[in-house]
Design a protein around this ligand. Structure first.
Ligand code: CA
Length: 260
């Protein structure tokens, strides 16, 4: 009977875990807001939460997408760690939904996955993940990824708009237009295009782009650049501006101006 009560209490605590912890500043200011952990394996969830809290982050927790959606409605997190395999709906499906919602479109999201196949990584990135971590990962690796993703998504304020052949990027307004039409880009593609447009007609190796655009790229693979270049080209394709991003075989990528 007593054991039953304890189990029930634990269950209640787990349900309560989706509710944001009371704010007791000062928090680490790297992330603007709390970090929402969406993970159904409770041991893993608690481990990540404890580590992040120790590092000074405010933490919110959810064990499925319904709890996560509810938590987001109450308080928009500054960043989300989203497990791939969840009980009622997959993390990737949820990720796609979040990317169509104006409120969560720009939220930095790192996918957590036990799968290591390349196709899955690409699927996650194409669905709008800013990065992915393969379980098991170290606490140090998690912190490095969080910092890198946040830095990448940081607004490029106070910079001048750049324009070439009808393609215009306005960093202050976080807006890209091609021949007057809006081009919707996620944070990483925006930053990538911004870098390329401010460094035109020069060839950059993948590793250089990782340095310049991703910052701390210790755990990011070169192939990640290719995925984001492909997405950037897809977004620019309707306007024909995609041809300005040139693949230089064996060398890298180049933003070509004045090309026909
Ligand atoms: Ca899981």
């Amino acid at each position: 009977m007593h054991r039953h009560t304890c189990a029930a209490r634990r269950l209640q605590q787990d349900r309560d875990s989706a509710i944001p912890a009371p704010r007791t500043p000062p928090y680490d200011s790297t992330v603007r807001g709390a970090i929402l952990i969406v993970e159904d394996e409770l041991v893993t969830q608690r481990l990540i939460a404890a580590g992040l809290e120790r590092a000074g982050f405010e933490v919110m927790r959810a064990t499925n997408v319904e709890e996560a959606a509810e938590a987001i409605r109450e308080q928009l997190p500054g960043l989300m760690l989203l497990d791939w395999v969840l009980p009622t709906a997959s993390g990737v499906t949820f990720l796609r939904e979040l990317r169509t919602d104006r409120r969560t479109k720009q939220m930095p999201i790192i996918m957590l996955t036990s799968r290591s196949e390349e196709t899955d990584k690409v699927t996650g990135l194409e669905a709008g993940a800013d990065d992915y971590l393969i379980k098991p990962f170290s606490h140090r690796e998690l912190l490095a990824r969080i910092k890198a993703v946040v830095r990448r998504g940081a607004p490029l304020l106070g910079e001048e708009p750049v324009e070439f052949d009808g393609l215009k990027l306005d960093p202050a307004a976080h807006r890209v237009t091609a021949n007057g039409d809006n081009v919707k880009l996620w944070a990483t593609e925006f930053r990538l295009l911004h870098f390329l447009m401010t460094h035109p007609d020069r060839v950059y190796a993948r590793s250089q782009l990782l340095d310049e655009v991703w910052g701390d790229h210790v755990f990011v693979e070169d192939r990640t650049v290719d995925v984001h270049i492909r997405q950037l080209r897809q977004a620019l394709q309707p306007s024909g501006c995609d041809r300005m991003i040139e693949t230089v075989r064996g060398a890298g990528y180049c933003f070509r101006t004045g090309a026909d």
